[in-house]
Design a protein around this ligand. Structure first.
Ligand code: PEP
Ligand code: MG
Length: 329
């Protein structure tokens, strides 16, 4: 199997009929970066900044953060890189900034924390802008955004940090790049205002790990209810299709960065729905690439049409397993 997969690394990131699908990696590990390029990744679709923060004993200084982000951006020079701003809370804790709550997944997470602590947010934003100076454009993604006010406040702080870095570097001969700013779509409330969000952001990245958790009212890490936590649930598929249609209508770039896209069966569905950028763990890249290279786009679209008529998760999953088996996958 291993040699089979490594053979597939050389395949283009495309469907059988040659439709390009951007395969990006979710990574925060320097060691992954060279591997990712070797395996044909198109860029980094999700850099979780809380991971390096979690490995330290205190908040990293601005200078330290510049070095961390610079390593990432230099490794992927001239390729798209999405840096997600600090997403602590929930199941991600910093030893030096403990958050104790009864319902952490419904509590102080993502931008809820960084908007309450602009001093943490501004340092991070400045570090990202400095790290990208002279190198190229960077994309920022905002986690756990729930309301338009949060988005507007995030933009205000992004603009402030950018202006501060511009002022600080004004005598230096380094080009600064205004970031593209995207919404991590993971809180169901944003679905109902998606057309308004889409007018304000440069791209949308769907975080299915949390979106499914909040849609299905299941803790994503609770084994007892894990049968409900499935990306093959008809309600989940229906929502994902709606997001794809809405973003297409708004002509806004769309990506998916949750673990769902790393499942080859789900990747076929997503591509069929119109998601042409999947961000996945590096270890899953080859399998996903192989799966999408065995189907024409129109076949994937037909699969989606059929799946959307099913009323149960079991039927959806069964259909997908049969299709994969038929193709020898
Ligand atoms: C998600 O929620 O789908 C996501 C990509 O982010 P995380 O798993 O870090 O919450
Ligand atoms: Mg998330």
């Amino acid at each position: 199997l291993q040699s089979d997969l490594s053979h597939d690394h050389g395949l283009p990131n495309a469907t059988r009929d040659g439709q390009r699908v951007r395969l990006m990696v979710n990574s925060s590990q320097g060691a992954d970066f060279s591997q990712a390029k070797k395996f044909g990744a198109d860029g980094v679709g999700l850099y979780r900044t809380e991971i390096p923060f979690m490995q330290l004993e205190q908040f990293p200084s601005e200078k330290r953060q510049v070095a961390i982000y610079r390593e990432l951006l230099e490794s992927f020079k001239n390729k798209p890189v999405v840096i997600r701003t600090l997403d602590i809370g929930g199941d991600k804790q910093l030893s030096y900034f403990p958050i104790e709550e009864e319902n952490p997944f419904l509590g102080w997470r993502g931008v809820r924390v960084t908007l309450d602590h602009p001093e943490i947010f501004l340092v991070q934003l400045r570090a990202i802008f400095k790290a990208s100076a002279g190198l190229g454009e960077v994309k920022l993604a905002l986690p756990m955004v729930t309301t338009l006010e949060e988005l507007d406040e995030s933009f205000r702080l992004i603009n402030q940090a950018f202006a501060e870095v511009e002022e600080e570097l004004k005598d230096e001969d380094t080009k600064l790049y205004r970031p593209k700013v995207g919404l991590i779509l993971e809180v169901p409330a944003t679905l109902f205002q998606l057309s308004v969000f889409a007018q304000r952001v440069d791209f949308v990245s769907v975080g299915t790990n949390d979106l499914i958790q909040y849609m299905m009212a299941v803790d994503r890490n609770n084994m007892r209810v894990k049968n409900l936590y499935s990306h093959f649930q008809p309600a989940v598929l229906s929502v994902l299709k709606q997001i794809a249609s809405e973003c297409k209508r708004a002509n806004i770039p769309l990506q998916i960065c949750g673990e769902m896209a790393a499942d080859p069966l789900a990747a076929l569905i997503l591509v069929g729905m119109g998601y042409d950028e999947l961000s996945i763990n590096m270890s899953c890249l080859a399998r996903v690439k192989r799966a999408i290279s065995r189907f024409d786009l129109v076949e994937m679209q037909q699969i989606v049409d059929t799946l959307l008529t099913y009323e149960t998760e079991a039927k959806v999953k069964d259909h997908m397993l049969k299709i994969m088996e038929k193709r020898g996958l």
